[in-house]
Design a protein around this ligand. Structure first.
Ligand SMILES: NC(=O)C1=CN([C@@H]2O[C@H](COP(=O)(O)OP(=O)(O)OC[C@H]3O[C@@H](n4cnc5c(N)ncnc54)[C@H](OP(=O)(O)O)[C@@H]3O)[C@@H](O)[C@H]2O)[C@@H](O)CC1
Ligand SMILES: Nc1ncnc2c1ncn2[C@@H]1O[C@H](COP(=O)(O)OP(=O)(O)O)[C@@H](O)[C@H]1O
Ligand SMILES: [K+]
Length: 475
């Protein structure tokens, strides 16, 4: 779960009223010092450099520096705004033998602690901090960011200008959305949440972003019950592939078979190839002849000819959940009547665009990917899954927003999205609520990518090979 800066501030206020002055900061600073020691691997003889800003983020850094001093680390602090420094933290740091140095005098560091700005940041990093961030980037030492890497917008993950590139971000109190999504996800490195006692105060807040865990999936993944037959488990229909792209059909059908349904029906021109690859699949060439399903996946490799258009119309006309991907999305972008059909649907729809498909349908994404997905979901009344390094899933009408926490850049490979769309269609047919089906599908897809990447470069068929193992492990 990630909470907005506003929510964190409110929780902080309510807890601060009940604990002694400085208690939260002390907990945060101790966690930073401990994590810095882990990174160093040793205390005596090591050198830490603190980048200290004007607010409490800088205060955290100085208190952590004092803690490190007590554990034998040599610590230097660069005061980026010398006339505005947390006074008590600076005094504590100096009392432990910490030294204040000029930026130009920093020559060696084994770890750099970024306390320039935290959740008090607004807008791009100001000019006075830019040289500090640049110098830090020149040093070979790993950077430990406190709360957020300075320069990353804590609420959106946007980076407009210079920003710290952290190896680890230690985040006291609650995760901020900007660490999980967009450029912020890249800049944050490994994110570690530190409990400083804000939990009870956040318990009633609606998280700004949810991220599923492996444990969540254990209870959500469909599994056959003793009384089930293949139809009660759900049947998914897949409309994908074409004479030009039969492989997309094989991939989408391949993953649809694994998402918990009892059967897959395929409707399209690649039925010979699909039958050959997956003999258990019931095939036909048109949606009308396919038979009854509990959800459709349409789009991968479909093409945009009249047959594709008619298939999309038929599927949108149905009263079951529909997942639309790839050429299905391109058809929606170029055909107003189909887009109108989508908006008028009463059964749920899920769209799974990558950036270019998204922008063709909805215009520029900008730097706030969560806001962009939310707006799009509201505009068409569908769940929108915006793919990427941190895939975002937004439900319409202020429903939940998920961010996916699994995966690897190795997933940026042809056909990878086809596997995702078949899988989510299958989860829809097996009865998962639409936003959850999308989030669960993205989580599984990411784990399959991670497993495949362990043994070499990843191709889309590898994902099909890994999915049964991933699912078995999780449920
Ligand atoms: N939440 C919690 O429970 C706890 C929070 N804790 C810690 O407190 C941190 C929040 O501290 P905070 O409120 O003092 O703000 P902080 O991030 O230090 O920045 C303020 C300074 O930055 C400046 N500034 C603003 N924008 C800027 C920009 N773009 N570029 C450059 N500068 C910019 C701004 O200038 P001003 O606008 O005032 O002129 C002001 O001087 C939080 O992240 C966590 O580390 C923990 O100690 C324990 C409990
Ligand atoms: N840099 C990346 N890091 C992690 N995952 C990525 C990255 N780039 C793409 N992906 C994932 O790979 C998949 C690619 O899908 P898509 O672009 O539709 O591929 P294709 O059209 O070739 O099937 C998506 O699930 C996306 O989230
Ligand atoms: K910081």
């Amino acid at each position: 779960m990630a909470y907005s800066v506003e929510q964190i501030r409110a929780a902080e206020r309510s807890v601060l009223a009940q604990v002694p002055d400085g208690a939260l900061m002390a907990k945060a600073a101790r966690a930073v010092a401990t994590r810095a020691l882990d990174l160093l691997g040793f205390g005596y003889g090591a050198r830490a450099v603190l980048l200290v800003g004007a607010g409490d983020n800088g205060g955290d850094a100085l208190y952590a520096g004092a803690d490190l001093r007590r554990r034998g680390v040599s610590v230097e602090a660069v005061l980026a705004v010398p006339d505005r420094v947390h006074p008590a933290a600076l005094a504590a740091f100096r009392a432990c033998g910490g030294r204040v140095v000029e930026l130009a005098d920093v020559s060696r560091a084994d770890v750099i602690i970024d306390g320039l700005v935290g959740i008090g940041a607004s807008g791009p990093l100001r000019d006075n901090l830019v040289p500090v961030v640049r110098r830090a980037a020149e040093l070979p030492a790993p950077v430990l960011a406190i709360d957020v890497p300075s320069g990353v917008d804590p609420d959106t993950g946007a980076v407009a200008g210079e920003a710290v590139h952290a190896a680890v971000t230690v985040c006291p109190g609650g995760l901020k959305p900007g660490l999980l999504v967009g450029e912020g996800r890249v800049r944050a490195g490994r994110v570690e949440l530190v409990d400083i006692g804000l939990g009870p105060a956040l318990a009633d807040a609606q998280p700004a972003l949810r991220r599923l865990t492996d444990r969540d999936l254990a209870t959500m993944l469909p599994r056959p019950e003793p009384g089930d037959d293949k139809y009660t488990r759900g049947v998914v229909g897949v409309v994908a592939g074409s004479a030009e792209y039969p492989g997309a059909a094989q991939l989408a059908v391949g993953s649809a078979r694994l998402g918990g349904v009892g059967a897959v029906r395929y409707a399209g021109y690649a039925y010979v190839e699909v039958s050959r690859a997956h003999p258990d699949v019931l095939v036909s060439d048109t949606v009308a002849l396919a038979g009854r399903v509990q959800a459709w996946t349409i789009g991968p490799g479909l093409g945009r000819d009249d047959h594709a258009r008619a298939s999309l119309r038929a599927v949108l006309d149905s009263d079951v959940p529909v997942l639309i991907d790839a050429d299905g999305l391109n058809l929606l972008a170029e055909d107003g009547a189909l887009a109108q059909l989508l908006r008028e649907r009463s059964a749920p729809s899920v769209l799974t665009p990558h950036d270019r498909e998204f922008e063709r349908l909805f215009g520029p994404i900008g730097t706030d990917r969560v806001a962009a997905a939310r707006r799009a979901a509201d505009r068409v009344g569908a769940v929108v899954l915006l793919k990427g390094f941190a895939t975002v899933i937004a439900a319409p009408s202020s429903g939940p927003v998920f961010v996916n926490g699994t995966g690897t850049p190795e997933l940026a490979t042809a056909g990878s999205g086809d596997v995702l769309s078949g899988l989510i269609g299958s989860l829809l047919a097996a009865g998962l609520e639409p936003a959850l089906a999308a989030a669960v599908g993205a989580h599984l897809h990411g784990r399959a990518g991670e497993r495949a990447a362990q043994t070499g470069p990843v191709t889309a068929p590898d994902l099909l090979g890994e999915l049964p193992g991933v699912i078995a492990e999780l449920r």
